[in-house]
Design a protein around this ligand. Structure first.
Ligand SMILES: [Zn+2]
Length: 459
């Protein structure tokens, strides 16, 4: 958000303003990090409210003329914070910065070297729960706005700026969709400030995230478990049928065989592939981190391409029949599996759900009945095209700030689904057509954790 146009802010002035504001920024962050705003624990509801008020105060001190704490779920949910600062230029674009002020639980016993809610500086890093997810990111935008105004000698930002910081991200953003439908904060660009930077040394922008949809498959054979001595070889076995079916989910090249699965997939552009290939990716270290003995996946793609930009089908669980000690010679009455599908732009979770269901249920042998149940509507994938003007503006601004080329990444996990679904739901809610037309994913904080480590909490 440093500038809407290249060359608008003088980098030296921005640096001086950031330097002058650094101590205050750190004090503000340390105070905020001491509030254990754990959204998943009902005992901390008041802390999440306190955290919202703390942020609202910081936004007011920054100069935002409009700052509101928005209750959610008719007061049953945890509050979001909204702030708005209009540009003097009525024709300027509107930018929404999204983040969250709630955190995951944390305890010393989890392996922390200092109490998670007692912010501690070690070396050049500040350690506390929420420091890198997501309070540090959110607060850095406030420092950025102050520096931008100082560099401009202006009293209002160059773009219409809105900040939306929810308090329920770590519990699945349960009320964010309803909140967006109710409040409809119009935007030209959404900056999701809740993804990871490649490393402190390699500044990067996350340009996309995969989506997700999950289901349970139940196959039914005989009405009860029957004796394999009396009936084995004469009737179908649902566990065998399920294993055969799941074994056919991928072909020999690691591609998912569900009809039409790849129809809507946006292939990586040569520029994106080149950008990923430039990253200093240590595949051996990644593999160690995966605790796996070998790489596997879709032929023709690198590991980063596979986990960031290719869709997957995974068997997450499989059960049925007799699993106790010793043997039990039965043909089981039923067999069960949990499956999940990572989706990439522009796969639609609903269409994938239909295709997977059809693929599974039209391949059952005679005498086997099946049910496929998906959990919810799924999470849509998202991607910001590299040539989008806002993406280009962000890369220019970060490039000038860091004095180097900015790397491009994606994330394999899913998040921010409600912002995306808000866009998808436009026709239903009758919001203006320019609500959330696309998203821009970026992160501006130095010293974050490596991306795979930071994804523990994601779905
Ligand atoms: Zn987060």
């Amino acid at each position: 958000v440093a500038s809407a146009e290249p060359g608008t802010d003088d980098v030296q002035s921005v640096r001086e303003a950031v330097g002058a504001g650094a101590d205050g920024f750190l004090r503000e962050l340390v105070d905020w990090l001491q509030i254990p705003s754990i959204s998943g624990d009902p005992a901390h509801r008041d802390d999440v409210r306190r955290s919202a008020d703390h942020l609202a105060d910081a936004l007011r001190r920054t100069g935002f003329p409009t700052v509101e704490v928005w209750p959610t779920g008719d007061g049953a949910g945890l509050p979001a914070v909204f702030a708005e600062w209009l540009s003097d230029d009525p024709g300027a674009p509107t930018v929404v910065v999204y983040g969250h002020h709630d955190v995951q639980p944390a305890a010393l016993a989890d392996g922390w070297h200092s109490p998670p809610f007692t912010p501690t500086v070690r070396g050049t890093r500040l350690y506390a729960r929420g420091a890198a997810d997501d309070k540090g990111q959110v607060l850095s935008h406030l420092l950025g706005v102050r520096a931008h105004l100082a560099a401009q000698g202006a009293s209002a930002p160059a773009v219409h700026l809105k900040v939306l910081v929810e308090g329920e991200e770590e519990v699945g953003s349960v009320h964010l969709g309803a909140l967006l439908r109710e409040r409809r904060p119009r935007a030209d660009v959404v900056v999701v400030s809740d993804t990871s930077m490649w490393s402190a040394e390699v500044p990067s922008v996350c340009t996309g995230m995969r989506g997700l949809t999950e289901c349970q498959v139940d196959l039914f054979g005989p009405e009860v478990d029957v004796h394999s001595g009396s009936f084995g070889g004469g009737v179908p076995n649902p566990l065998t049928a399920l294993c055969r079916l799941l074994g056919r989910l991928h072909d020999g090249h690691g591609r998912v065989t569900v009809d039409g699965f790849y129809d809507d997939v946006v292939e990586l552009t040569p520029a994106e592939r080149a950008a990923f290939a430039r990253l200093p990716f240590d595949e051996a270290a990644w593999l160690r981190h995966a605790r796996s003995a070998a790489l596997a996946g879709e032929a023709g793609y690198t590991t980063l391409e596979r986990v960031w930009a290719r869709p997957t089908a995974e068997v997450n669980g499989l059960w049925g029949g007799y699993t106790g000690p010793g043997g039990k010679t039965i043909i089981p009455a039923s067999a069960h599996a949990k499956l999940s599908f990572r989706l990439v732009p522009n796969q639609d979770p609903g269409r994938i759900q239909e295709r997977v269901t059809h693929w599974l249920l039209t391949r059952l042998p005679d005498g086997i009945r099946g049910e496929v149940r998906f959990t919810g509507p799924g999470v849509r994938p998202c991607r910001t095209p590299l040539d989008h003007p806002a993406q280009q503006a962000l890369l220019r601004a970060m490039g000038r700030a860091f004095g180097t080329d900015i790397a491009l990444t994606r994330e394999g996990a899913a998040a921010g689904q409600h912002l995306e679904q808000h866009a998808a739901e436009r026709p239903d809610v009758g919001a203006p057509v320019d609500d959330f037309p696309f998203r821009l994913l970026g992160r501006h904080v130095r010293g974050g954790t490596q991306n795979h480590a930071a994804q523990r909490h994601r779905r």
